[in-house]
Structure formats: structure tokens, C-alpha cells
Design a protein around this ligand. Structure first.
Ligand SMILES: [Zn+2]
Length: 403
């Protein structure tokens, strides 16, 4: 098998190697090397990126035969026998911090709460551990976060070493490994023992910070989202920025944000109540005005009116206010974004079936709708034909009354 240099030294960023094979993998040029410091995606840890003699390595995978495949943006020049490789250290170190932090965190969850880590995911932004227990409380989460960071500050050494099966039986592994034979143990000094092929920092202090961002229920278990190291710092800075921006919008300090938001919510609710009362008052005025100018048809007051700047909900409110009076047939419409909406309604003491009237009228204009005998709504007509719709319906009411 190709020599994996990161097993011995996770801090090695430059190396030279012989080109063993040039191939195409997943339709991309790829190479296999005699040895490599590039970490391939495995064990939940994402791959490294970097370059081989300046050609970008964009992905690193373990091939079917166990070889490390370096996927390139373009093939290496013909005849290349050896290369100098360089990995992107910023990306690698970030992965080392997240990965080492996860080992530590999983052990703290086990020791403090007896919860085992059943799966781990390292994401581009947040990482997660799934725990085999009921959902965690905020207090439990805070307790684990404090304990985990306490272990970070103790700055314990982190070592990797290989053991055979016999020796492995004596190691207090947090999780039994899936494969038999020689096993690589990653030990946080006298605290956590994991079977792991990943890359880790040398001491817990380099994890920097472990921040538990949130917990959610996932398939009856707890899924804890966390970030470590530089990523935790960046996340804290981002949140600080959001909070400062919010405080600025509220014209206050960051510590006052909850109180200011609560005050604004109360003020908004009061304003909404007032708006509702004013709308009802306005509808009353509109209704009285329209009724005063209504056409008298037999013993009916007929109101046919297009209210072009109104919302359908406002038209409905007005229709209800109109038919609260006896002997009223209201044929109302409004237009929004080129589309007409109509609302037909009549008082309880009238006999006109406005549901049928609306359906029959709109059919002539390519629209549709319907409703009860006393209240109906429809649409689907062009805004410029709204007046014609209302005129047609009004004419039908006049005919019905005179017949
Ligand atoms: Zn590991």
C-alpha cells in the first residue's frame, strides 16, 4: 500500500513522491503516488486540497484497491516521474481542530451523561454528533460545553500509535472498531482512546475552543451541532456582528436587544389592534357613503362599485358592512396586478341568489367563482373588464326585480 505520511506526522505539509500510476477517476485526471501527505475523505473527515508541482489537487479519495487517488484539475505533464506535493494547511488544520475536538467532546458526553456517539458528520460550516439518548436539555449542553473546554485548557497530549489485536483488547476504546487486525489508536492522554485513521492536533490546547451551537431531536436521539478552533472563533464573530447589527436597528446596546424586541412586539400588537379598529370605522364610512348614493331598484338599494385600489379582503369587509343594512345588493370589485376580483353579497331579507348571479356573470367574461346565496367571490377576469362585469350583473338584478 502507498505510504500515508499523515499517519506519522499530521503537520507535514510538503513532501516529494514517485508517480506510481496516472489514471482517470470519475472522469477526472488522477494520480497514485508512492507516498502522500494528502488525507483522503474517510472516517467522516473531509479530504485535503493542495497541489502537485503546481497542478491543483481538488479531491482525494481511497480507490477500490485501497490506494490514495489524487484528483487533479488537469493531467500531470507527460513523463512526470516524481512530484513535489503541498497541502492546503489552513483547510487541513481546521479539519484537525474539528476532528480532535470531536474525540474529546464524545468522551465528555460519555463520562458526564453516559451518552455514546453513534455517528459523526464534519460539515463545511457545522459538525454534528448523534448521541444514543433522549434529547438533551440546555443545562446539560452547557455542562458538557464547560467540561469539554476544561479539557482543552488542560492541554493534554494527543498521540497516535498502532496496536495488534492482542494489545488492542487492553485499550479502553470508546467504540469497538469495525475491522480486525492492526489498529491505529488516537489517545487524548489518559482520557480518550479512539480507533482512528484521521489527522489530529498534538495537544488539546490546539483545539482552541469547543462551541456547542445547538441541539435538535433527530430520529428520537439528540443531534448536537458544534464547531471548534478557528471556526468557533469565526462563528462567534459572525454572531457578534449579527447581534450588533440588530442592536443598531433597535437603536440600543447589544445587552438591551431582548428587552427592546419585546417592547417593539408589544407596540406592534397595539398598532395592529388600532389599525383593525380604524379599518372597521373606515368601512362604516364607505358603506354609508355608498348606500346614500345607491340606485333604488324596486325596494332594493343596488350598489355596484369598482374599488380599484383595494385588497380583496377589504372589499369583503365592505360587502359585509353594506349587507348589515336591510334591502341591499352589493356588487363590488377590485383589480390587482391586472386581475379583477369580484364580491357579490346581499342582505338577509333579499331573495337574489348572488352565488348564481356571480357564476353566470363571470362565465360570460371567462372568469369563475361562486358561493352561497347571500355571499360569493370570484375572479379570473381582466382588470379592464371589471366595470363591464359589474354593469352586466347590475342589469341582471334590475331585470330580476322588474320581472
Ligand atoms: Zn480521529
Amino acid at each position: 500500500m502507498d505510504e500515508r505520511l499523515y499517519y506519522e506526522d499530521a503537520y507535514l505539509t510538503r513532501f516529494s513522491a514517485q508517480v506510481m500510476e496516472r489514471l482517470t477517476h470519475e472522469e477526472q485526471p488522477a494520480v497514485r503516488l508512492s507516498r502522500s501527505a494528502f488525507y483522503p475523505t474517510s472516517g467522516g473527515q473531509p479530504h485535503d486540497t493542495g497541489g502537485l508541482d503546481g497542478t491543483a489537487v481538488v479531491d482525494v479519495q481511497v480507490g477500490a484497491d485501497g490506494a490514495v487517488l489524487h484528483l487533479l484539475t488537469e493531467p500531470l505533464p507527460d513523463g512526470t516521474e516524481s512530484v513535489r506535493g503541498e497541502i492546503d494547511w489552513t483547510r487541513r488544520y481546521d479539519h484537525m481542530q474539528q476532528h480532535s475536538g470531536q474525540h474529546l467532546l464524545s468522551q465528555v458526553f460519555y463520562r458526564r451523561l453516559g451518552l455514546e456517539t453513534v455517528s459523526v458528520h464534519f460539515g463545511d460550516a457545522l459538525n454534528t454528533v448523534d448521541l444514543n439518548g433522549p434529547p438533551l436539555s440546555a443545562a446539560q449542553l452547557a455542562d458538557v460545553e464547560t467540561a469539554a473546554n476544561g479539557m482543552v485548557w488542560k492541554n493534554r497530549p494527543i498521540r497516535a500509535y498502532w496496536v495488534d489485536e492482542e494489545e488492542r483488547a487492553k485499550v479502553p476504546l470508546r467504540r469497538a472498531p469495525a475491522v480486525a487486525g492492526a489498529t491505529r489508536i488516537v489517545e487524548i492522554d489518559k482520557f480518550d482512546w479512539s480507533a482512528c485513521g484521521g489527522t489530529h492536533v498534538r495537544r488539546t490546547g490546539e483545539i482552541g475552543l469547543i462551541s456547542l451551537v445547538r441541539v435538535e431531536k433527530h430520529r428520537g436521539r439528540s443531534r448536537v451541532h458544534f464547531v471548534c478552533g478557528g471556526r468557533a472563533l469565526a462563528d462567534a464573530a459572525r454572531r457578534r456582528g449579527l447581534l450588533a447589527e440588530t442592536a443598531g436597528l433597535l437603536d440600543g446596546g447589544v445587552d438591551d436587544v431582548p428587552e427592546l424586541v419585546s417592547k417593539q412586539q408589544k407596540a406592534l400588537k397595539g398598532a395592529e389592534r388600532e389599525l383593525k379598529a380604524l379599518r372597521e370605522e373606515l368601512v362604516g364610512y364607505q358603506a354609508r357613503e355608498l348606500l346614500a348614493a345607491a340606485e333604488i331598484v324596486g325596494n332594493l338599494r343596488l350598489v355596484a362599485e369598482a374599488l380599484n385600489d383595494s385588497e380583496p379582503a377589504a372589499v369583503q369587509r365592505l360587502a359585509r358592512a353594506l349587507i348589515a343594512e336591510p334591502g341591499v345588493v352589493a356588487l363590488l370589485g377590485c383589480a390587482q396586478r391586472g386581475k379583477g376580483t369580484v364580491v357579490f353579497a346581499r342582505s338577509e331579507d333579499c331573495s337574489t341568489h348572488v352565488g348564481s348571479l356571480l357564476r353566470d356573470t363571470l362565465k360570460q367574461f371567462g372568469g369563475g367563482g361562486g358561493g352561497r346565496p347571500d355571499f360569493a367571490q370570484g375572479g379570473g377576469v381582466a382588470a379592464e373588464r371589471l366595470e363591464a362585469v359589474l354593469d352586466t350583473a347590475a342589469e341582471a338584478v334590475r331585470r330580476e326585480v322588474s320581472s
